[in-house]
Design a protein around this ligand. Sequence first.
Ligand SMILES: Nc1nc2c(ncn2[C@@H]2O[C@H](COP(=O)(O)OP(=O)(O)OP(=O)(O)O)[C@@H](O)[C@H]2O)c(=O)[nH]1
Length: 508
Amino acid sequence: MFKRLSITFWATVFVGVVCLSLVGVDVWRSLNARSEQLAEMERLGANLARAMAQQADDTIKAADTALADVVERIETDGTGARALARVQRQMQTQVINLPQLVGLFVYDEQGRWIVNSRGTPGQAYNNADREYFIHHRTHPERGPHVGHPVISRSSGRWIMPVSRRLNKPDGSFGGVVLATLDIDYFRRFYQSFDVGARGAVALLSDDGVLLLRQPFDSSRVGSSMRDSELFRHYAQQRGAARTGSAFFHSFHDNAVRLNSFRPLEHYPLFVTAALSREEMLERWRRDTFTSSAGVVVLAALLGFFGKRLVDQIKLRAQAEAELRQARDALESANRTLERQAMQDGLTGLANRRQFDVTLGNEFSRAMRHQDTLAFIMIDVDYFKQYNDLYGHSAGDEVLRAVSKLIRALTPKRPGDLTARYGGEEVGILLPNTDLHGAQAVAERIRQAVEQLQMPHNGSPFGVVTLSAGIATIAPQRGVHLAGMLVEAADKALYVAKSEGRNRLSLAP
Ligand SMILES: Nc1nc2c(ncn2[C@@H]2O[C@H](COP(=O)(O)OP(=O)(O)OP(=O)(O)O)[C@@H](O)[C@H]2O)c(=O)[nH]1
């Protein structure tokens, strides 16, 4: 089936397959590059989240350690003037050593400052209304409490309160020790990350309050994100699943971002690094566009030149077919010419030229094989009279009819040849035949012609008859020539004629 399809078809298929393969490979490569880009984005987000969580944990932990120290001293040494002076010095040192600390403060059970790291005994502020104060007053737990960011009453800066409860010796509420963390400290750290123009990082509490977001927007600090896709997802996770990443619509601008989230190890907070998918895929899009444009141009060029090539192949195939046709026609014409060159036009028998060639060949063969070669020379009787009586065309008809008969009755072995030897003479060459065999053939022909009963008023027989001279030879090199066989048959024919015609005569 495949053989029947033309080369043009296969060339078209080839060009098509190459073009499609080019496009296919490009699509496959670009989809791969996209997945690779997204995987890279996920790795980047996860690393950012890990660094942020670690930094937040370390920052709060250092402040909390200072708080635990102060709590321990006050609960041990009391709030006498000397004890407080010592605590104050200690707090001052801590604030100097820890850059994230804005200040350390101790409040009594009424919310009044007892002592602070700045050394200013201020009665001006009462923080009994602050969330962290109320929390410790109403919760007996001794652990640290991370509050929501507020603007400091003393410094006017955004701070994040981390606090611990002070107990009186009887275990009742004795006040609060507070460390205020500088929000700018976190911001500076977050600003050092490259999250792209549309990326964001954030620190949130486990109850869904936004503590800090970079890019910074003070109006959002302390706002609830409980309804965000990110928080709803995070709140449902437990254990190791709280570290992960997923695409969410942003709570702020509804853009789709890959959020890598991670909880802090020691505090009920978590961080998230949100990278914009659009931004991350921008470079991939540019690359894909460039390479696709290249591939399209390449495919178009290939298609264009492929079509030209196919056209050329088509033309060539056409030219080849035409050439083949012309060659066949030429060969057939040659065969006709050849046949005509070797054939007699009137009788359709071999002509004299072919007779001479065949006689030469068969004579040599007989000589080599020491065979006998027989030759019968046939001549129509009184043919001149026939022409004179019935006309030349009628004479031609007789020649045709006699020749047809002779051809039909001549043996058809290879090498046997019937030829128009002269005007109205026909010669029959019979290789490997003895005199007896040739005589039988000649007699059969003579009788058949006589029985045709073609009227011939110019002949004493009344019908067309013929005479034949028969000769055979077993040629020997250096003794015989091919012409001698013809000569002998001719002489025998002459004898047949002189003995009355319509008969055979054998050469001696
Ligand atoms: N119609 C026709 N006549 C031919 C052709 N070739 C030779 N002839 C004639 O054949 C005749 C041969 O005559 P001759 O050789 O004298 O002998 P004949 O009349 O046949 O008498 P015998 O052979 O002695 O019986 C001549 O008149 C030729 O013109 C031919 O192709 N067509």
